[in-house]
Design a protein around this ligand. Sequence first.
Ligand code: GDP
Ligand code: IMO
Ligand code: MG
Length: 428
Amino acid sequence: MPAVLITGAQWGDEGKGRATDLLGSRVDYVVKFNGGNNAGHTVVIGDEKYALHLLPSGILTPGVTPIIANGVVVDLAVLKQELDALNERGVDTSKLKVSANAHVITAYHRTLDKVTERFLGKRQIGTTGRGIGPAYADKINRVGIRIQDIFDESILRQKVEAALEFKNQVLVKIYNRRAIGVDEVVEELLSFRELLEPMVCDTGLMLHEAIRDDKTVLFEAGQATMLDIDHGTYPFVTSSNATAGGASTGSGLPPHRIDRVIAVIKAYTTRVGAGPFPTELFDEMGEQLARVGHEYGTTTGRLRRCGWYDAPMARYAARINGVTDFVLTKLDVLSGIETIPVCVAYDVNGVRHDEMPVNQTDFHHAKPIYQEFPGWTEDISGARRFEDLPKNAQDYILALEKMSGSRMSAIGVGPEREQVVVRHDLLD
Ligand code: GDP
Ligand code: IMO
Ligand code: MG
């Protein structure tokens, strides 16, 4: 089983870090191919809880080679902080490799992210403020700084000068902020040279050789399908491709080499930040899901918006990503709810839509059409086999499986490593 991909089917925080951990030592390489430190992945191992932002979760598994590939935007100060913190806790991070082609997030990207959001006022996206969007904008505008530039001081200086010439005008004249000096940016970036030296390489070549040698490579997406810049709820999205296609452009491994696509999906839905959310709950039930599910952002600590499971969205994610397996997480959070509504289609101004509407405006106006399922009261956190689950929980899973366009191969029944029901081997 050479290459496997894990992404989110909803608006992020489905439990991708946890799903990566599930594959654990059966994987030789774990590759982050998109996003940056806007991600927040929680992995619980025994009494230890790890929250990772920039580094792929696979870094926690001994023996795995973690890779930050070309599609990622890297905040070098965060890279250093996360590595230091893991090293202090005894995690071996020495195998980490970083692509020479990955772009860096600098002080001006972080500043621009914050001031543009403030400027948008009511229309703001609710970004994580980590400079992600501005760094990707520079990449596309061909004024970005890449990791490899740090090893050529003269080129680095020229590029930073070129970038700041325009940005300082914007910062000072439009946003009324202080100009950022070329020297301060260049010096900060150069200060990471020593840290980067042993890590930087052609990660595309490395992955090519790994596949040739029959190694198992796992691609771990940051964010999720509905936050994808092309396929998500634009403009309320992140600035990269979190869907399966992004793994190819974001790593240099051709599309046909990816054999399995696993989408992680919650048994309900959450969203952080602004944008449409048809099944969102504004009542006591929404508060209950947030409370029982501990729905606070791993990165920003913001309360996540909560709602019911959305089957048209799951089908859309299955289609866009070519999902072979779903990992359904947080089923335990639904225990004790008398009847569980599931969105099976949308009503848009009196017209039924069984698939995601073509126009974003329609999606903003979509009212969920619900089918109700009987709940269960038992504590399911101890279940390890499908048969251990109450009949109504089994029926709920089977119903979701039927509506969602792919098999549900693993079911999360609690946050801990072993709290999972595996129905089908994810690598088989
Ligand atoms: P990611 O961004 O997709 O990696 O997900 P996050 O780590 O941001 O959010 C998922 C949260 O749900 C984390 O706090 C996990 O510990 C937790 N979690 C994952 N799976 C389960 C599950 O099956 N049950 C419960 N109760 N919590 C889970
Ligand atoms: P993981 O990997 C949930 C959201 C932000 C905002 C929008 C754009 O943990 O699933 P950005 O800073 O990326 O420009 O913000 O995307 N967002 C996430 N929401 N989980 C994430 O990552 C997210 N990364 C970004 O809240 O609405
Ligand atoms: Mg998260």
